[in-house]
Ligand binder design. Structure first.
Ligand code: G3P
Ligand code: CA
Length: 327
């Protein structure tokens, strides 16, 4: 796939540094900030409707425990796929939080939007596409979609094919054949291979790379995937990779020089795009003093093709001011 002349800025879950993730408000704000792509993490409701939500469960970003007590699974979690769309629509979305043993909720990012506003609802994928395409029309832009298929094996075990359902939604909205405007991403290589070879999507595919101990996909060895041989296999079905930023930036040496892995160069040699995640002003890696410094390391030292960020305005501003390393 041809590299764009400038790296792309992907609004990670929308402008989620300012408004609760995956709310239509956060997506509208990302659009207004000029994000090149806006991300949709997608899971399915019990009745098979694609909704935009990061986790396969509802606990960390909704009031499900108050709204539907007793509907948790034995593991204590409330799974989105156990609720119909009508039920999901009753929930209020809020800033990501954790619940302590005393039952109190604490915001994961304390300086962001307040918890408990009650303003936001879970959108369907179709609704979000309508919002973005509507804003494209009224603002004269052409904003990309960057859709992640969450938990394909969990959905499959419930008899639901998330890949086909997402492709159907994209087709219904006229996006299924716009490779210049839509990326599909997944942590599961088998799902991406199926999208490419069986479902024959023309859309570019991004292989997300986790750490093995995150439990994203128990069948994949992401350490092996990051080797030259592993990336060669990825290049057979995908157009790029989405690694964790710590798999590229390794810290600083004793002289204070930035240490980078060879992942970006190895991927580029194979023609793979590199879109690392997640760039947060309020979660800087060790050895990085500011958000601009973080962007500098990735755009000018590492030479990545784009970044997933909760702060798309800051990344766009950085690129306008400083540019990036020439490919
Ligand atoms: O999809 C890129 C990045 O979003 C992956 O991490 O967990 O935020 O979906 P996650
Ligand atoms: Ca994602």
């Amino acid at each position: 796939m041809t590299r764009s002349s400038s790296p792309i800025v992907i609004a990670h879950r929308g402008a989620s540094g300012y408004l609760p993730e995956h709310t239509l408000a956060a997506k509208a704000m990302a659009h207004a900030m000029g994000a090149d792509y806006i991300e949709q993490d997608v899971v399915l409701s019990k009745d098979g409707v694609a909704v935009v939500l990061h986790d396969v469960y509802l606990d960390s970003t909704t009031d499900v425990a108050e709204c539907f007590p007793g509907r948790a699974r034995p593991d204590g979690c409330f799974y989105a796929m156990d609720f119909t769309l009508q039920e999901l629509r009753r929930l209020r979305l809020h800033e990501r939080s954790t619940r302590g043993t005393d039952g109190r909720e604490t915001a994961v990012y304390p300086d962001r939007f307040p918890l408990g506003s009650g303003l936001f609802r879970i959108p369907t994928l179709a609704e979000e596409i309508d919002l973005i395409s509507g804003l494209d029309k009224s603002r004269g832009r052409s904003t990309g979609l960057y859709v992640e298929l969450k938990g394909p094996n969990l959905h499959s075990s419930a008899g639901m094919d998330i890949a086909s359902i997402v492709l159907d939604v994209l087709a219904g909205k006229g996006y299924a054949n716009r490779p210049e405007q839509v990326f599909l991403q997944c942590f599961d290589p088998l799902t991406l291979q199926r999208l490419r070879h069986e479902l024959k999507t023309p859309l570019p595919l991004i292989q997300l790379i986790a750490e093995n101990d995150w439990g994203e996909d128990s069948c994949s060895d992401y350490n092996e995937m990051r080797t030259a041989r592993g990336l060669e296999e990825v290049a057979a079905y995908a157009n790029g990779i989405g690694p964790w930023l710590h798999q590229i930036y390794l810290g600083r040496d004793t002289a204070g020089e930035v240490l980078l892995s060879d992942l970006v160069q190895t991927a580029r040699d194979l023609g793979l795009l590199v879109h690392p995640y997640t760039f947060r002003r309020d979660e800087l890696p060790a050895g990085v003093a500011s958000f601009d410094e973080l962007l500098d390391i990735f755009f000018r030292h590492a030479g990545v093709d784009g970044v997933f960020t909760d702060f798309p305005d800051l990344a766009k501003h950085y690129l306008e001011e400083h540019g990036a390393r020439q490919p």
